[in-house]
Design a protein. Structure first.
Lengths: 113, 111
């Protein structure tokens, strides 16, 4: 069966510090991978998606970047965090293009102080 | 631009009551999904509807996809405290790579 791992679960970082959130998927190959951000108790904003190694599409210009160094690994990064980067970050995967269900990780609660 | 509008945004009811939440759009989707999310966790898929007019039932939950594939509803019969959570709808386009999520309906069911 397929599983998705996302870590860390919580993170408190000072303004101006770097960020690296990692997500890995097991049990499937060539998944589509996604990073979403969620404001407190509200909907999901798509940040990045990837259909293959090294292929990253950005939906919203911001202080963040994403990379996919391996087929089942997706990394969200920032060189210098801003207060506005605080939020709940969710990694997800799907089998193919957007017609199919998304399976989410447990999320990372990021607080920038 | 918010493609999917969900209503109501918040709903607080007592155990045993029925409720309906809505997901509306001016766009036509190839499929629409409903997720439930509990605090501090990722959303979990409840159902996918594909055909216009389709109705799916999951125990006390009934999902309907509009005939024109632009909207959907979720009806819960005899709500229980375990139904508490954020209900998100998400639409997929034929040519799109990622789901488009609504802002969700936050449901609280009190004993």
């Amino acid at each position: 069966s397929q599983t998705i791992h996302q870590w860390p679960a919580t993170l408190v970082q000072p303004v101006g510090s770097p960020l690296s959130l990692e997500c890995t998927v097991e049990g499937t190959s060539n998944p589509n991978l996604y990073w979403y951000r969620q404001a407190a108790g509200r909907g999901l904003q798509l940040l990045f998606y990837s259909v293959g190694i090294g292929q990253i599409s950005s939906e919203v210009p911001q202080n963040l970047s994403a990379s996919r160094p391996q087929d089942r690994q997706f990394i969200l990064s920032s060189k210098k965090l801003l207060l506005s980067d605080s939020g709940f970050y969710l990694c997800a995967w799907s089998h193919t293009g957007g017609d199919t269900e998304a399976f989410f990780g447990q999320g990372t609660r990021l607080t920038v102080v | 631009t918010q493609l999917l509008e969900q209503s109501p945004q918040f709903l607080s009811i007592q155990e045993g009551e029925n409720l309906t939440v809505y997901c509306n759009s001016s766009s036509v989707f190839s499929s629409l999904q409903w997720y439930r999310q509990e605090p501090g966790e990722g959303p979990v898929l409840l159902v996918t509807v594909v055909t216009g007019g389709e109705v799916k039932k999951l125990k006390r939950l009934t999902f309907q996809f509009g005939d024109a594939r632009k909207d959907s509803s979720l009806h819960i019969t005899a709500a229980q405290p375990g139904d508490t959570g954020l209900y998100l709808c998400a639409g997929a386009f034929y040519s799109g790579y990622a789901l488009n999520f609504g802002k969700g309906t936050s449901l609280l069911v009190t004993p």
